[in-house]
Design a protein around this ligand. Structure first.
Ligand code: FAD
Length: 416
């Protein structure tokens, strides 16, 4: 079904009885050209670009739960491209450009809101580091702006500028960063992939791979065997568990990350604020809730819920930088499983098994990467060669030592 202003008005007048499901609910075929495992943002985006850009339409997305039930519907919705390293910045800037055209591409309102993101600076050394990062961003075609303390005071007067440990000395802004309604991203990609002929199979768990003579022939699932020319793993936090079924051990650990939302408030935050020194970041949703988060829970887990000491730690970070947050009541909190790679950067590559491909290691940053991750993974699946912006995301960097050790992403999960 096409969406238009006319359709919205017509449905409003006639009791909204004419809407049909946004995607089909097909039974799996016996064979596909490409089977994508995982119906999160990345899996669905991969299917969309494979079908729409690369013309590969005999594709299935196999999801063990429901579309949007994983991290794509659990994250704090922040998008940005403020990375330092050459391996990362062109990729994330490519992603931000895709976000800027996403709603037109999908004909779907994903509430892309470029309200800006601000990284706070607390010392002269940190100022140097952030200015270096801003210059790297500009050299890669992104936008970056240094703000001094007076400018931050004018934009964010409610922050605690005189904290004894972390006085605010300035900030690095990226005005094109912001937020996107996360579950609308999943729904928009799912709808578009379906319209291009992709089968989205929900409530179907991949339980194993059929590998013969070093070639992957398809996947064993809770709905039976599904044959495939190519199999593409895209299960984010479940990467280690899934790839173990192909006897692969990944340089990835799974950890819990929690997020929080307050009761709805009047508009108070103009954009996204990150307080990296205190492990706290916050934005305000379109419904008015303050959406915030902080550090990982710090132990390996596949549980989608966290523990109380981290709740205390995140709230302490919030109180330190923005004391007024103490007057807001907490509405909800939840957790998601993070696929933390050992250098903090993703892997998008072929595996040593013919016909088996891997996408994962997204750490904290996978939501903002969704469009580019889908695009470059589709490119890899269609051409068997990496997309120019993703040439660094290979498995073999852990052998050759060419780590993409981005500050703020960490070199091991418990130090992030
Ligand atoms: C609390 C929190 C806050 C975050 N905030 C941000 C943020 O502000 N900005 C940002 O850029 N990133 C953020 N992230 C990270 C981001 O959400 C993830 O990196 C990204 O969503 C992962 O990709 P995905 O959407 O494909 O994952 P998912 O949505 O988790 O998709 C993976 C899917 O695979 C399915 N699956 C797993 N195993 C199987 C199987 N065996 N068979 C079939 N299906 C299977 C799962 O059910 C799941 O639906 C945050 C994450 C969390 C948890």
């Amino acid at each position: 079904m096409g969406y238009s202003g006319f359709k919205v008005i017509k449905e409003a007048l006639f009791g909204h009885k004419g809407w049909t499901p946004a995607w089909r609910d097909p039974e799996p075929k016996t064979h596909y050209d490409v089977v994508i495992i995982g119906g999160g943002g990345h899996g669905l985006a991969t299917a969309h670009y494979l079908a729409k850009v690369y013309g590969v339409r005999n594709v299935a997305v196999i999801e063990k739960g429901w579309i949007g039930g994983g991290n794509v519907g659990r994250n704090t919705t922040i998008i940005r491209s403020n990375y330092l390293l050459d391996g990362n910045e062109p990729f994330y800037e490519f992603s931000l450009k895709l976000w800027e055209g996403l709603e037109q591409d999908l004909n779907y309102n994903a509430m892309v809101s470029q309200r800006g993101i601000m990284n706070l600076i607390h010392s002269d050394a940190q100022r140097d580091a952030f200015i270096r990062r801003g210059n790297a961003m500009i050299l890669n075609g992104a936008d970056a702006e240094y703000l001094d303390e007076a400018q931050i005071r004018a934009e964010y007067p409610f922050l605690n500028f005189d904290d004894a440990r972390f006085p605010i000395k300035g900030g690095l802004a990226q005005r094109r960063g912001g937020t996107v309604r996360h579950d609308a991203v999943a729904w928009g990609y799912a709808r578009s992939a379906d319209q291009h002929g992709v089968d989205i199979i929900q409530n179907c768990e991949v339980t194993g791979f059929r590998i013969e003579g070093g070639k992957c022939l398809g996947v064993e699932t809770s709905k039976g065997f599904i044959g495939a020319g190519k199999v593409a793993s895209c299960v984010a936090g479940s990467s280690g568990r899934l790839m173990a079924k192909a006897n692969m051990r990944l340089p990835i650990e799974s950890h819990v990350l929690q997020a929080f939302v307050s009761e709805g408030l009047k508009p108070v935050l103009p954009g996204v604020i990150t307080f990296g020194a205190g492990h706290f970041y916050v934005s305000q949703s379109n419904k008015g809730g303050l959406v915030f988060g902080g550090d990982l829970d710090g132990y390996n887990s596949y549980a989608q819920r966290g523990n109380l000491p981290v709740v205390e730690d995140v709230c302490e970070g919030g109180m330190a930088i923005m004391p007024m947050i103490g007057r807001a009541r907490l509405l909800r909190m939840w957790g998601g499983i993070m696929d933390m790679s050992m250098d903090g950067s993703p892997i998008i590559d072929r595996t040593h098994i013919d016909g088996l491909y891997f996408n994962g290691g997204w750490c904290y940053g996978g939501f903002k990467a969704t469009p580019a991750s889908g695009y470059v993974y589709a490119h890899l699946l269609a051409n068997d060669a990496p997309h120019p912006t993703a040439t660094a995301y290979r498995f073999n960097r852990f052998q050759t030592g060419d780590m993409i050790d981005e500050k703020g992403m960490g070199n091991q999960p418990n130090l992030h």
